[in-house]
Design a protein around this ligand. Structure first.
Ligand SMILES: *Cc1c(COP(=O)(O)O)cnc(C)c1O
Length: 432
């Protein structure tokens, strides 16, 4: 009935998440409110991990891309699942360190890491740094030398596969700010320089071909291209690359019409491609890393809002205004992303109208969505927007000086606060 399997309707006709009445959550914690279901997060981690065990003999690691959703509690949950973590900034790394995350399982990403970030990453002993460009390689070499350590690195490669289009295409040279291009020889030159560095150890190559991808074929194609590069490095430089990082980007269901491939099928098919390509190329089977973000966090979350005004513009549209908006969910204004919405206190009723859900910011584009099928909503109703667990809280801003909503975790009928609601005092905390 709903896009995420943890959502249901109880006897009162209210929407539930993880067995808890969402209307009760709205009363207890206030709105707007982010709710994350811990059981869903843990299940997604376990499904990824067990498919690597089943289809690739356990020779791999899942690294949750924490940019999708990060806070101390999330890092503790991910750490307790025994999987790794990706970070892309000093703030994400600091959060993981403060949560007691095993830093040897952390990968540090980013296309323009600062000196401060590189130093902190080396100090923390992160498991691998994904190097994006030559300037960074040289700065990291120097930092590692000063700190008398050796940095384990992967090179971020543009494999020349664009999966953003529905039918993925191979392009001559992708226009991307991330990584080294393969087809120009830039990636090979980078590998050569990395091998010559004394204080970095080139252990792997990395690619990430996009996000919210439903097809498996582009991932298979990327794996082939990357294995070809590993073989080239072995042939021409005599250097063995032992790790292949295939990135994230697995699609999830935002609408009932979406039909992403199950993770298990993805892992099964990509494992098969890796095995057969390695035989064909005469290279050893690499250790594999994958970096799911959205697919672990998004389906676990919902956002609860309270309806304020209802504005019917005859023959044009009906606006339902809620007490949040682009500050807590900028995905509509950024990408016109689609979501399923439910009036939580009328969840058993038909979705009888199509409305525009609007936020409270001073921007006409501040919408949660247009043309959204919804139960008849009136002032005081609670609206749940589904599958908001990724790229909502992590992308939130204080535009219009609106305090950010809190994050509550639920687990089998219990709820607990993980991030407190910001207050107007928090808004001026750094003002002098
Ligand atoms: C964003 C990102 C991910 C996660 O992508 P999802 O679509 O959330 O799975 C993984 N790896 C890298 C390098 C990324 O930039």
């Amino acid at each position: 009935m709903f896009v995420s399997e943890n959502l249901n309707v109880n006897k009162k006709g209210h929407l539930t998440i993880g067995g808890i009445d969402t209307v009760d959550l709205a009363v207890q914690y206030g709105t707007p409110l982010y709710v994350m279901d811990e059981v869903m997060i843990r299940n997604a981690c376990r499904r990824f991990k067990s498919s690597i065990d089943k289809y690739y003999g356990g020779k791999g690691m899942v690294c949750y891309a924490s940019k999708a959703f990060s806070c101390l509690e999330m890092c503790r949950i991910i750490n307790s699942e025994g999987i790794g973590l990706d970070v892309v900034s000093i703030g994400e790394l600091y959060t993981a360190v403060k949560a007691g995350f095993d830093t040897s399982k952390i990968g540090f990403h980013g296309n323009n890491k600062t000196d401060e970030e590189l130093e902190y990453a080396v100090d923390c002993g992160v498991g691998h740094i994904i190097v994006d460009n030559i300037s960074e390689l040289l700065r990291l070499e120097k930092t590692a030398e000063e700190k008398k350590s050796k940095a384990r690195i992967m090179l971020r490669i543009k494999p020349g596969i664009d999966a953003h289009t529905h039918d993925f295409v191979k392009t001559g040279q992708i226009d991307s700010k991330f990584g080294f291009a393969l087809e120009t020889g830039e990636a090979f030159e980078a590998a050569k320089q990395a091998v010559e560095c004394e204080n970095v150890d080139l252990v792997g190559v990395h690619c990430h071909i996009g996000s919210q991808i439903f097809d498996i074929a582009p991932f298979e194609e990327a794996a082939k291209v990357m294995l070809g590069f590993i073989a080239e490095i072995k042939d021409k430089l005599g250097h063995e690359i032992s790790e292949l990082n295939l990135g994230g980007g697995f699609g999830i269901k935002y609408l009932n019409s979406h039909d992403p491939a199950p993770f298990e099928t993805y892992i099964e098919r990509v494992s098969e491609v890796v095995r057969s390509e390695c035989v064909a190329l005469g290279i050893a089977q690499p250790f594999i890393l994958i970096e799911p973000g959205r697919s672990i966090a998004a389906p676990a979350g919902i956002t609860l809002y309270k309806v304020g005004a209802r504005k019917e513009i005859p023959g044009i549209r009906t606006y339902i205004s809620v007490d949040g908006g682009m500050g807590d969910n900028p995905r509509y204004i950024l990408y016109q992303s689609e979501y399923e919405a439910v009036v939580a206190n009328k969840a058993s009723e038909e979705r009888s109208e199509k409305v525009t859900i609007a936020g409270k910011c001073c921007e006409s584009g501040d919408l949660i969505g247009e043309n959204m099928p919804l139960q008849h909503a009136e002032s005081g109703d609670i609206i749940a927007v589904c599958a908001t667990g990724a790229y909502n809280y992590s992308m939130a801003s204080n535009y219009n000086r609106i305090p950010k909503p809190p994050v509550v975790f639920v687990n089998n009928g219990e709820s607990r606060i993980a991030v407190k609601r910001e207050t107007p005092e928090d808004i001026i905390r750094n003002d002098v």
